[in-house]
Design a protein around this ligand. Structure first.
Ligand code: FA5
Ligand code: MG
Length: 354
């Protein structure tokens, strides 16, 4: 049952959000500053119950996010939190008599996910939950607070966009109604693009009832801290947050928002893997194996470049793009990782490589 690789276990407890000069912590402090009316609560242990992470939040039993190819499970009841919303029930319920009805929290969360510049299997989220006084327009209150947050973080002239679940498909959450997402502008090599930084909504009435607060209303949101930091500091690749290189770390100071100065751009190179898809295979599962073999963080992205069917068998070709954020790569290092990735695909997933 335990599907947590050692490369993930190694990340637990690093506490980037508690290092004052780290960009993750700088963003956290700025968000906390804006939400000064909420209680600050940090839970360092990232293990939580399946019950809190999914069941109590109305995540359907067959929802893909519960799959072991998306989530790291310790055992049947325990997992590595996939979002900081996992504290909504244990904090909010009144049974213990010390329920917290206005709080903000930050921590490391874990997911098997894509490999590219804006996804990493360990990242940070800031979640807030806020019960509003009776008679408040909860939907409007949330939108006002979030507009204020975006301006507080990114400045009065920043480019951003609200996506409403009433207008756009695929942005609802099982635990909220009137859900929304916010995108902000990110500078990239090839121009600017909009990047999703947070999800939010009005807490579902069934959850409020379960908390012992029927007929009360609350809003909640979850912010991706790396994503916000990338837009704020112009950080081009999410792997940089894990760098120990002083050329990265020395650029940031508590309380200061500066633009990151890239110290160099190293050569990239790629290797393709062609394989026959079987029932054990998924893109996320493959990415998780690649991250596990890639201790030096030199894989920049993994993309599907070709797909075809031959005599009922699906064949796919993936391109693994190698580029380090802080050093020049040696061919021999790349070849070594590439071959260990292929071996693991065969051994762990029973994949047939073409
Ligand atoms: C959530 O996790 C919800 N719990 C947010 C929420 C809270 C909604 C409360 C409503 C009420 P989502 O899966 O979209 O939603 O993740 C939230 C943010 O985390 C995203 O907007 C993105 O900024 C960030 N994020 C998601 N996956 C990754 C990843 N692999 N790497 C880096 N950041 C990520
Ligand atoms: Mg999302």
């Amino acid at each position: 049952m335990n599907n947590i690789p050692s490369s993930i276990v190694d990340k637990i407890g690093q506490g980037l959000y508690r290092q004052p000069d780290h960009p993750i912590c700088i963003v956290k402090e700025k968000v906390y500053e804006y939400f000064s009316d909420l209680a600050k609560i940090e839970i360092q242990d990232p293990y939580t119950l399946v019950e809190y992470n999914f069941d109590k939040l109305r995540v359907p039993k067959d929802h893909p996010s519960r799959s072991p190819s998306d989530t790291f499970y310790k055992d049947e009841e325990t997992l590595l939190r996939t979002h900081m919303t996992c504290y909504l029930y244990p904090m909010g319920h009144s049974e213990t008599g010390k329920s917290q009805l206005k709080y903000i929290t930050c921590g490391d969360v874990y997911r098997k996910d894509a490999i590219d510049a804006t996804h990493y299997p360990v990242f940070h989220q800031i979640d807030a939950f806020c019960m509003v006084p009776d008679g408040t327009d909860v939907k409007q209150d949330l939108r006002n607070r979030l507009t204020g947050l975006i301006k507080h973080l990114f400045g009065p002239t920043c480019v951003y966009r609200f996506l409403e679940d009433s207008e756009v498909e695929g942005i609802s959450f099982p635990f909220t109604v009137d859900s929304l997402e916010i995108e902000v502008e990110l500078q990239t090599e090839s121009g600017t693009k909009l990047l999703e930084v947070l999800g939010a909504g009005t807490v579902h009435p069934d959850i409020m009832a379960d908390l012992g607060l029927p007929n009360r209303q609350a809003w909640a949101f979850g912010l991706g801290v790396e994503r916000a930091a990338m837009a704020l500091f112009n950080i081009p690749d999410i792997r940089l947050f894990w760098s120990n290189d002083q050329r990265f770390l020395s650029q940031f100071r508590a309380g200061q928002i500066v633009k990151f100065k890239p110290y160099s751009k190293y050569e990239s190179c790629y290797k393709d893997v062609s394989l026959f898809v079987n029932e054990k295979f998924s893109y996320n599962e493959m990415c998780s194996i690649i991250r596990d073999e890639d201790r030096a963080n030199i894989v920049e992205s993994v993309i599907l470049i070709d797909q075809f069917e031959r005599s009922g068998q699906l064949s796919e070709c993936y391109r693994i793009i190698y580029r380090s954020v802080d050093t020049t790569l040696k061919n021999s290092d790349i070849n070594k990782i590439q071959s260990s990735i292929c071996k693991r695909l065969v051994a762990d997933l029973g994949i047939q490589i073409r």
